[in-house]
Design a protein around this ligand. Structure first.
Ligand code: FMN
Length: 352
């Protein structure tokens, strides 16, 4: 009888790193309807049907980037994704899209289970409209106060994203947001941590801090299934962390949300665009909201130029600081497997 106290038995198995990881991901995975609590954050032009379906088919959670798509295009993209996977996936909508209500209706018609609202606080009625369709709403929480407000408004889950991330960014790092926010809100709704995650050890760390899961973007750009142009992928594979820099605001009267991208000649083009828009503001030719929309249209066009056309010199190569950890093109399933192994090994080491 005393043998059981010494010899490992099957009952000891749950204390392995893999079992600990599964336990820590259980809530997030159940919320997403996925095997693992890893979301591939929506990336305009990159997160279309192929990457999204590959992500969900590999056991993670893919999210379509609606970006500036019309309702008709979104309708086709959702239908195309459904043709490639029977697993759960989400749709990311930008709150300032002029046809947000119609886009929500398209998601509802397709029975999309999760809608992610990005680019600002949800406009009046949008949360209610999404929830009425039966879908879960996920929002980005830029500060603790806004996180609490969003929870009171009924969001089902939150993403906290640090300034290490690719694309539009806030001013605070992921590690600070996680320390400040997870202890206060992680027991109320599932919280997914994003920004600067390149390896599984970081995933294990954020799960230990109370995160329900994580969201990665940069790490999935060079997936074999990603339709990003070969030049775009090459630029990622060559780049190091310090090449991924935040855009600079040149005119204090025109607040622009910084965008993190690989530095190239396109950075100068953005400076010129800001001057042009600031001048239109001065001349009274456009109002502030319109000026900011013009800046967002500029980014959508510049990103398309790099992702689809492969012009990585003049287009915008949006990338996070984790880009240095992207070293080759590989299938989504291999990326997830590597992240899970690293996370499990990290949790395994916790016992020693
Ligand atoms: C090329 C690119 C495009 C992106 N486009 C969007 C977008 O359209 N909507 C959005 O909410 N986030 C967008 N993001 C942010 C990602 O969804 C994700 O939150 C971010 O990449 C996570 O940080 P990481 O890059 O450090 O992994 C984009 C990121 C990249 C790299």
């Amino acid at each position: 009888m005393t043998d059981t106290l010494i010899a490992p038995t099957a009952a000891d198995a749950p204390s392995t790193g893999a079992a600990r990881l599964a336990r820590r991901m259980e809530r997030g995975a159940a919320f997403l309807g996925a095997d693992v609590a890893i979301m591939a954050g929506a990336m305009s032009w990159v997160s279309e049907r192929h990457l999204v379906a590959a992500m969900s088919n590999a056991g993670g959670f893919g999210v379509i980037a609606c970006g500036a798509m019309t309702p008709e295009l979104l309708d086709a993209e959702i239908a195309g994704t459904k043709a490639l996977t029977t697993r759960a996936f989400g749709v990311n909508l930008i709150t300032m899209h002029p046809q947000l209500t119609d886009l929500i209706a398209v998601c509802a018609r397709h029975g999309v289970g999760h809608v992610v609202l990005a680019g600002g606080l949800p406009p009046k009625g949008s949360l209610e409209a999404i929830k009425a369709s039966g879908a879960k709403v996920i929002c980005f929480a830029p500060t603790l106060a806004l996180a609490k407000k969003l929870i009171r408004s009924g969001v089902d889950a939150l993403v906290i994203e640090g300034m290490e991330a690719g694309g539009h960014i806030g001013p605070v790092s992921t590690s600070v947001l996680a320390q400040e926010m997870l202890p206060e809100i992680a027991d109320q709704v599932p919280v997914f941590v994003a920004g600067g995650i390149g390896r599984g050890e970081a995933i294990a760390g954020y799960l230990d801090m109370g995160a329900a899961g994580v969201q990665l973007g940069t790490r999935f750009v060079c997936a074999t299934e990603s339709i990003a142009h070969a030049n775009f992928k090459k630029a990622f594979i060559r780049a190091s962390a310090r090449d991924a820099v935040a855009s600079v605001q040149i005119d204090p009267r025109l607040p622009v949300i910084p965008v993190r991208a690989l530095k190239n000649a396109g950075s100068e083009l953005f400076t010129a665009k800001q001057r042009e828009v600031a001048q239109s503001l001065d001349e009274g030719a456009v109002a502030m909201a319109e000026a900011q929309l013009q800046i967002e249209h500029y980014w959508a066009g510049a990103l398309r130029r790099a992702v689809i056309d492969g012009d990585v010199e003049h287009g915008s190569v949006m990338a996070g600081q984790s880009v240095g950890m992207v070293t080759k093109e590989e299938p989504v399933a291999d990326i997830i497997a590597a992240l899970m192994t690293e996370a499990a090994e990290a949790l395994d080491r916790r016992t020693r």
